[in-house]
Design a protein around this ligand. Structure first.
Ligand SMILES: Cc1ncc(C[n+]2csc(CCOP(=O)(O)OP(=O)(O)O)c2C)c(N)n1
Ligand code: SF4
Ligand SMILES: [Mg+2]
Length: 289
C-alpha cells in the first residue's frame, strides 16, 4: 500500500505562496493514495510551465518532464509501449491549449487511454504572466496592453474536449479538494481519454481569476441533476455562460479506446520488443531510392 511518506517530492517547491498549484498537488497526492494502483505503475508526463513542475514535487512514481506543448504525445507513447502503466498528464493552459492544442484534439479523437489534468490559470505563469489562450477577454498584461487587454474570448477546454471525442470530461477547482480528488480518481480509472480542466488561481499575475472570484462564481453540476451521458447537454453546459462556472463531471461514456481498435502484439508488449540494428538498417536500405 502506498504511504504519504513515499509521495514526498524530491525537490523543494518553488511555486509562489498562495498559488493554486498547491491545491492541485495536494489533490493529486490524495488521489494517488485512494487509487488502488502500485505507484510504480503510475507515470506523470508534464510540459513546460509552473504546472510542468508538478512531478518534481511528488515522489514514488515515475515521471517525464518534457517539452512545451508535448506532454500528451509523450504520454501516448508511454501508454502504447506499456499498457500496464496509468499515465497522467500535467499541463498548463498555455502548454495544452496553445502549443499543444493539436495533440489535445487528436488524442481526444483517438480516445487514448490517458488522464489529462490542465492547470488552468488563464496565464503563462512561468514566463511572467503573458495572456494565454485561456485568458479572459480584457486581461491586461505586457503582451495584451489596454485597451482592450486580451482582445478575444478564452479557449474552452471542456467544450473542446467534448467536441473532439474525449470520453470523460470534467472541471475541478483547486480550492475544492473533495471534488477535485474525486474527479482525479475517476479520470485515472476511466478507460479512454479523460480530461479534468482545473481552475487554478495564479496569485502573482492573474488579478481577474482570483480565489475570491472562483469561490463566488462556481457551482456544482452534480447538485443540479446534469445528465453526464448526454453529449449535447454536456456541450451546452460547457458553452452557456450564465455568469457562473459549472464544476463537476460534464460528460462520461464508455467507448472503445485507441488500442482496442488496433492490432498490437498482445503477447509481446512494445516495451519488450528487441530491436535488431541489422533489421532497422535493412528497412532504411529498402526505402532508399
Ligand atoms: C517550444 C517552446 N516555446 C515556448 C517556450 C516558452 N514557454 C515556457 S513556459 C511557457 C508558457 C507556460 O504557460 P502555461 O502552460 O499556461 O503554464 P503555467 O506557467 O501558467 O503553469 C512558454 C511560452 C518554451 N519553453 N518552449
Ligand atoms: S507565477 Fe502564478 S502559476 Fe506560477 S507559481 Fe506563481 S502564482 Fe503559481
Ligand atoms: Mg497557465
Amino acid at each position: 500500500m502506498t504511504t504519504v511518506d513515499q509521495l514526498e517530492g524530491p525537490q523543494k517547491v518553488t511555486w509562489c505562496t498562495g498559488c493554486g498549484n498547491y491545491g492541485i498537488l495536494a489533490a493529486l497526492k490524495k488521489a494517488v493514495l485512494q487509487l488502488d494502483i502500485p505507484v510504480h505503475n503510475l507515470v506523470i508526463s508534464s510540459g513546460i510551465g509552473c504546472s510542468g513542475k508538478a512531478p518534481h514535487y511528488i515522489g514514488g512514481l515515475n515521471s517525464f518532464h518534457n517539452l512545451h506543448g508535448r506532454p500528451i504525445p509523450v504520454a501516448t507513447g508511454i501508454h502504447m509501449a506499456n499498457k500496464d502503466l496509468n499515465v497522467i498528464v500535467h499541463t498548463g493552459d498555455g502548454d495544452c491549449l496553445g502549443e499543444g492544442l493539436g495533440h489535445f484534439v487528436h488524442a481526444a479523437r483517438r480516445n487514448v487511454n490517458i488522464a489529462v489534468f490542465i492547470h488552468n490559470n488563464g496565464v503563462m505563469g512561468l514566463t511572467k504572466g503573458q495572456f494565454s489562450p485561456a485568458a479572459p477577454r480584457g486581461y491586461v498584461s505586457n503582451t495584451s496592453p489596454p485597451p482592450p487587454g486580451a482582445p478575444m474570448d478564452p479557449a474552452n477546454p471542456v467544450a473542446l474536449a467534448i467536441a473532439a471525442g474525449a470520453t470523460y470530461v470534467a472541471r475541478g477547482f483547486s480550492g475544492d479538494q473533495k471534488v477535485l480528488v474525486k474527479l482525479m480518481v475517476e479520470a485515472v480509472k476511466h478507460r479512454g481519454f479523460a480530461v479534468v480542466d482545473i481552475l487554478q488561481p495564479c496569485v502573482t499575475w492573474n488579478r481577474q481569476l482570483t480565489w475570491k472570484f472562483y469561490n463566488e462564481h462556481t457551482y456544482s453540476l452534480q447538485d443540479n441533476r446534469h445528465d453526464t451521458s448526454n453529449r449535447l447537454s454536456a456541450l451546452e453546459k460547457a458553452l452557456v455562460n450564465e455568469g457562473k462556472i459549472p464544476i463537476g463531471v460534464f460528460y462520461r461514456i464508455d467507448a472503445p479506446d485507441l488500442v482496442a481498435n488496433m492490432f498490437l502484439p498482445e503477447a509481446v508488449p512494445l516495451k519488450d520488443h528487441t530491436t535488431s540494428l541489422k533489421d532497422v538498417q535493412q528497412i532504411i536500405d529498402d526505402l532508399m531510392i
